[in-house]
Design a protein around this ligand. Structure first.
Ligand SMILES: [Zn+2]
Length: 360
């Protein structure tokens, strides 16, 4: 026994096998391999099995306790090693291989999927016809402000317009079979503390939903009008500073939350999933912006990036729309009318449906 223990110690790899990375929404396992090493991957609903030949590493049994992976076990055998990864429910496994000279890295990402899988297949003498995949898409609509926080005030009050638009948009999407979650459905705040309020809204953009849209009304000290659509970016154009601070809670708090949102950017640059999500957010932003302009003939203020707190950590395509200026004498009055609001909501719903139906 003493010899066996000794052998296990000297065979234990100097590097971790696998290297483990815990990220929001996914768990990453990286296997460093010699070029000659072979591997096979097999998966059942709760276990991912990886068989490696041509390598030797020590046994391990590691409790991961991430939302996607419960644990993994490394079992050395003759001529190789088998790794069992115990998966949590409702995850998807993606593997990729990176070649670097005579070394390779097998990267296994275990991601949360959008919806729980339906009933697991059951042993039955009668084969069942395959069930169509009709899981409804889930859209989160965030009517900006509410309750103690009116938002911009001019010819209209922002919190009233955003709620009305959100309710109209909900109805249009539901008609098309889309599930809708509203961050609020009445004139209320989620918390009197603005940082908590925005955090609660942002938390609803989690990976079990498909899309997040935050609706706002703009205002400016000088006369300005038009529609703009944002997706997250950590750099801030100086001309947008006042607006971003206002939407991030205003005053000293708004400045703090803007700085916090900006600091997220450094992490995003190194996060491949976040980068690919930003690409989808940009596509969604262009679709929604284009549809709103076409429906209203409003001034095009463009698709832009800014550090809005409410979309800083979204794991799904997320945008923030500014549908017009509350204090512009013409646009503000247009925003008062039911026809104009319906035109905006219809345009948003068409663009969202187009985005969802393109498979994101
Ligand atoms: Zn706002």
């Amino acid at each position: 026994m003493r010899l066996l223990a000794f052998l296990i110690v000297i065979l234990a790899p100097v590097f971790a096998f696998p290297r483990l990375g815990l990220h929001e929404g996914y768990t990453r396992l990286v296997f460093d391999l010699e070029a000659k090493a072979q591997y096979q991957v097999a998966q059942t609903p709760d276990t991912l099995t990886l068989r490696f030949s041509g390598i030797s590493v020590g046994a391990a049994d590691v409790d991961v306790s991430s939302p996607q992976v419960a644990s993994y076990q490394v079992v050395p055998g003759s001529g190789g090693v088998t790794v069992f990864v115990r998966l949590r429910p409702n995850v998807e496994v993606k593997t990729s291989v990176l070649n670097d000279g005579n070394r390779r890295r097998l990267v296994v990402d275990v991601l949360e999927v959008a919806r729980p899988t339906q009933n697991p297949p059951q042993a039955s003498s009668r084969p069942e016809p395959p069930k169509p995949r009709t899981q409804p898409k889930i859209v989160v609509i965030d009517p900006g402000h509410g309750g103690v926080d009116p938002g911009a005030v001019g010819f209209v009050v922002e919190k009233e317009v955003t709620l009305d638009l959100a309710l109209r948009l909900r109805q249009l999407l539901q008609k098309e079979g889309v599930e809708v979650v509203l961050t609020r459905s009445s004139d209320t705040h989620l918390s009197p503390d603005k940082a908590t309020d925005l955090g609660l809204r942002a938390d609803m953009a989690h990976s079990k939903r498909n899309l997040f849209i935050s609706i706002h009304v703009n205002s400016a000290p000088n006369v300005a009008q038009g529609i703009e659509t944002y997706y997250f970016g950590h750099t801030l154009e100086p001309s947008l500073l006042a607006q971003v601070i206002r939407e991030n809670g205003g005053g000293e708090l708004g400045r703090r939350l803007t700085r916090e949102a900006q600091s997220v950017g450094e992490r995003l640059v190194r996060d491949l999933i976040a980068q690919s999500n930003l690409k989808f957010s940009r596509q969604l932003a262009h679709l929604v912006q284009g549809a709103m302009l076409q429906a209203t003939g409003a001034v095009d203020r463009g698709v832009r990036q800014a550090p809005f707190y409410v979309i800083r950590n979204a794991r799904i395509p997320a945008i923030l729309v500014e549908v017009g200026f509350a204090n512009h004498p013409e646009e503000g009055r247009r925003l008062q009318t039911s026809e104009y609001r319906q035109a905006l909501a219809t345009a948003m719903s068409r663009a969202i449906l187009r985005f969802l139906n393109n498979g994101e």
